[in-house]
Ligand binder design. Structure first.
Ligand code: ATP
Length: 231
């Protein structure tokens, strides 16, 4: 496939990464033919009180998830940077490396609806195009100031994003997978098995390191444990 020069940035806490993230990433990468698709785990997400797994675990799980896919990359810069992980800083830093190519900030619809709460959010559209990915149970709902800022920037076809470096908005339908990290964490805390919602390699890592309330792999299983294990 001939790829264009665009670079895509898909940020998140990925706590843990799941097939909702990965399928959306794969579809955007393929359909928009971006030359470089980067998943960017937040070091310290500014809009949350904390994360469940440490940044190095979330990074390692992402690396495992995309290990066999050469078009999907993990970008460590937010984990390596001190302080809150502001996307405006991330895009500015990526922009210094890629100069004038189209830069695509990929966000799910739920995240797009909250964009006006992000630090220096107006700068985001100076630095990148916004690609809004559909997500189950999440309809477009923009606060007035955000709707005003997005007005006049919408394009219908994703290929219209390829003629300029930044400043446009495109809504892209991706396969609807009603999977969330929250749901996976809840299942794990209850001792249920969230297999098939996330890669088996990621689930094995979670169990090996005792993340999200699972017993570390070398601990003996409790006698009342009924849910099957993947290891
Ligand atoms: P949590 O349940 O902890 O809030 P999450 O599943 O929403 O996590 P995040 O890491 O917060 O995952 O999301 C990162 C980005 O991925 C956001 O832009 C979000 O909208 C998007 N995203 C997450 N899950 C899906 C999904 N199933 N389909 C499409 N986009 C998704």
């Amino acid at each position: 496939m001939i790829r264009n020069r665009a670079v895509a940035i898909f940020g998140g806490t990925f706590d843990p990464v799941h097939y909702g993230h990965l399928r959306a990433a794969a579809e955007i990468s393929e359909r928009l033919k971006v030359s470089n698709f980067r998943l960017v785990p937040a070091g310290q997400p500014p809009h949350r009180t904390g994360t469940w797994a440490e940044p190095f675990h979330r990074l390692a799980m992402l690396e495992l998830a995309v290990a066999s896919y050469s078009d999907l990359h993990v970008d460590e810069r937010e984990v390596l940077r001190d302080g809150p992980s502001y996307m405006a800083d991330t895009l500015a830093s990526v922009r210094t490396e890629v100069t004038s190519v189209p830069l695509l900030l990929c966000v799910g619809q739920d995240a797009a609806n909250q964009l006006h709460r992000w630090e220096r959010w107006r700068e985001l559209l100076d630095l990148a195009h916004l690609v809004v990915m559909t997500r189950p149970r999440s309809e477009p709902s923009y606060a007035e100031e955000l709707a005003d800022a997005l007005a006049g920037r919408h394009v219908k076809r994703a290929r219209d994003l390829m003629d300029s470096p930044a400043g446009l908005v495109c809504h892209v339908e991706v396969t609807q997978l009603a999977i969330s990290s929250t749901d996976i964490r809840h299942q794990l805390e209850r001792g249920w098995d969230p297999r098939f919602l996330l890669p088996a390699t990621v689930l094995s890592y979670i169990r090996k390191h005792g993340l999200y309330g699972t017993a570390p792999a070398d601990a003996a299983p409790s006698s009342d444990e009924t849910s099957p294990r993947n290891e």
